[in-house]
Design a protein around this ligand. Structure first.
Ligand code: ZN
Length: 381
């Protein structure tokens, strides 16, 4: 079945050749894009949809989210807003609730958040484990995530849970826990940070995951200027995430590598922390992606449009750069060639904005502009 979409006032394709089109049309052919061009040249199709001059962008790609958990950390957020500081250890309260939760409870929370992401225009999301921190709950988390996304990530190395020595835990994560989880994951991740895992511990876990055929991603340099970014580059990780505190050497390492720097401004927003300098990274030639980091502790938001607005306002990206970071470069951070760009042959994932231009994503912060979401050629919202 083919659908001709007309009345596209502005189309930000993210494709280098097509660029930005006005008064555009597109043919959706099954699950893929069959044709893109000017409305005047549009071929016939089985069905026709007119968007009345609205802007179209690729479906957002959220390459960093923690959605399998139970419990609530409202009080911690309120305390932080009243002046207490964020530390990595708050994760342990979610771990206790997650271990105690049934599959049905975890699944229903996960499905609710996945629904929020879709409503916000996210057509592909990554989902990490990391609130089980024992073999059973980590595997369970990945099985549940795997029902909703192919981009599932084993994050046993989130923090060291209570009741086990550090060395024994690193051995468990890179041994028996990895064995149980690797069949259900595409990626391995480690929280390389003071209060979580040091560079050597993170390297042990990531190298073990790579040896099992998983791709690597790293929580790096969120709270301190540690060695996480350089570890990510050293290991050829798909992405170094957060990148809030970077030395010049870190920026150089990223710019000379294929590792994407994934910025998560909703975490800085929700922890009242300084934002990463996105401008500095782009000016150095680093590939920059944006993701939500949706999690119950440091960023309980599924709003990619808000992340885009913050990237523009607080991290000095242009609106065009921010949308690219949330789409094409997000896809690159997941090493996906089928999504993130509107071009012939790509998956027909796109967002219709109730606005004449994608610039409104930053110009009208907090306003629900996502009016339609198409995923694999089917209108989902
Ligand atoms: Zn995270």
């Amino acid at each position: 079945m083919t659908v001709l979409v007309t009345g596209i006032g502005e189309m930000a394709t993210q494709d280098d050749e097509l660029g930005e089109l006005s008064d555009a049309a597109m043919i959706v052919d099954g699950s893929a894009i069959g044709w893109i061009g000017s409305r005047r040249d549009a071929p016939a199709a089985d069905e026709r949809v007119d968007l009345g001059g609205r802007a179209v962008v690729p479906g957002f790609v959220d390459s960093h989210a923690h959605l399998v958990f139970a419990g609530d950390r409202t009080a911690e957020f309120a305390a932080r807003m009243a002046g207490s500081t964020y530390a990595a250890g708050g994760i342990r309260t979610t771990v206790a609730a997650t271990r105690a939760a049934s599959d049905d409870q975890l699944r229903s929370n996960l499905e609710r958040l996945a629904g929020e992401l879709l409503s916000a225009g996210v057509t592909t999301f990554e989902c990490k484990s990391g609130y089980g921190l024992d073999v059973d709950t980590e595997q369970r988390s990945l099985r549940l995530a795997g029902a909703l996304t192919t981009e599932s990530t084993f994050l046993g190395a989130h923090v060291v849970p209570e009741g086990i020595e550090r060395d024994a835990y690193v051995e468990l994560v890179s041994g028996a826990m990895l064995d149980a989880c690797a069949p259900y994951a595409r990626w391995v991740d480690a929280f390389c940070e003071r209060g979580a895992f040091d560079v050597d511990e993170a390297r042990t876990v990531l190298v073990a995951g790579l040896a099992r055929g998983l791709g690597a991603r790293v929580h790096a340099n969120q709270l301190t200027e540690g060695g996480g970014v350089r570890l990510a580059v050293e290991l050829g990780a798909a992405s170094a995430d957060h990148c809030t505190h970077l030395s010049d050497g870190d920026v150089d390492a990223l710019s000379g590598s294929a590792t994407v720097a994934t910025l998560l401004p909703l975490a800085e927003f929700s922890t009242r922390s300084p934002y990463p300098d996105g401008r500095r990274l782009l000016d150095a030639g680093v590939q920059v992606a944006l993701a939500t980091d949706c999690n119950p502790g440091s960023a309980y938001s599924t709003s990619m449009p808000l992340a885009i607005a913050l990237a523009v306002r607080e991290m000095h990206l242009t609106p065009a750069e921010a949308v690219r970071a949330a789409t094409a470069t997000g896809a690159r951070a997941l090493q996906r060639a089928d999504i993130g760009i509107l071009a012939v042959g790509r998956r027909a994932d796109f967002v219709v904005l109730d606005a004449p231009s994608y610039v409104h994503l930053a110009y009208r912060p907090g306003v629900p502009l996502v009016s339609q979401v198409w995923r694999a050629g089917v209108r989902a919202v």
